[in-house]
Write a protein that binds this ligand. Structure first.
Ligand SMILES: Nc1ncnc2c1ncn2[C@@H]1O[C@H](COP(=O)(O)OP(=O)(O)OP(=O)(O)O)[C@@H](O)[C@H]1O
Ligand SMILES: [Mg+2]
Length: 228
């Protein structure tokens, strides 16, 4: 698949295409997820189709490779988005991670028509948040993002350490899975959650190599590491 086509399928919040559901990144700690995501967003930003798209990067670890201002409340987030297409959101207090994420989602649903190009809400290290495991129930707002974001031009990007961290609700509401090095235990979860067999793929994903799994057409594309 051509790179621009891939970026549109993966990130464009255009509601119309069968691929504009949420996407999930799954890979071990330190395997290059945040680096890859940042590169893909920067490449997408160069495309005409993404000219009006706004990106909100929520980093629970309070770090980001995006050269963009960091905010920690909703008002500042919207102020930044009026000026700039990318904002880093650093939730300040572990006690309120879930609340902060829910508020961002609710606010996007309320004001989604402010950007013609739609919104991409990236939730990095979401595995830290309650409800992110195959048994857990994510919050009603997170469910809403996964289920109803598409028709509002809001695209959720969930970044987690393991396929096992993705709640069952993602099955049927995720159009692609981006995988880097994951635990071989995730073979089971790939089957349970997405009905996909990753037995042959997982050993290939070493040294920052990655794969794009199109869950709509059930096709897998493998890639060499991105340049940092
Ligand atoms: N494509 C790449 N080529 C070379 N080195 C890379 C690449 N991607 C990441 N790295 C190296 O790996 C380190 C970890 O990358 P990154 O922070 O993206 O991983 P991560 O999966 O997001 O980690 P964490 O789970 O801790 O958030 C980076 O500091 C960088 O040194
Ligand atoms: Mg990271």
């Amino acid at each position: 698949m051509e790179q621009n086509e891939l970026l549109k399928q993966m990130l464009l919040p255009d509601g119309d295409s069968s691929h504009s559901l949420s996407v999930a990144f799954a890979a071990r700690s330190g395997s290059g997820k945040s680096t890859l995501l940042t590169r893909l967003v920067m490449d997408a930003r160069k495309m005409e189709e993404f000219k009006e798209t706004r990106f909100i990067y929520v980093s629970i670890k309070q770090e980001s490779y995006f050269d963009a201002p960091a905010v920690s409340d909703i008002d500042s987030m919207w102020k930044q988005l009026e000026k700039q297409p990318i904002v880093n959101f650093f939730p300040p207090d572990p006690e309120f991670y879930e609340v902060d994420i829910d508020e961002i989602i609710e606010s996007l649903f309320k004001y989604h028509d402010r950007s013609e190009g739609g919104y991409v809400l990236i939730l990095d290290d979401i595995n830290i948040v309650k409800g992110f495991d195959s048994r857990g129930q994510p919050s009603p707002s997170v469910k809403k993002l996964a289920v109803a974001g598409r028709s509002m031009g809001i695209r959720g990007v969930f970044i987690t350490h393991r396929i096992a961290n993705l709640p069952r609700i993602m099955n049927g509401n995720t159009s692609a899975l981006i995988m880097m090095s994951v635990s071989s235990m995730d073979i089971d979860y790939g089957k349970k959650i997405f009905g996909q067999d990753f037995t042959d793929l997982i050993p290939e994903l070493t040294d920052y190599r990655w794969a794009y799994v199109d869950l709509i057409n059930e096709k897998t594309y493998q890639f060499n590491p991105v340049a940092r």
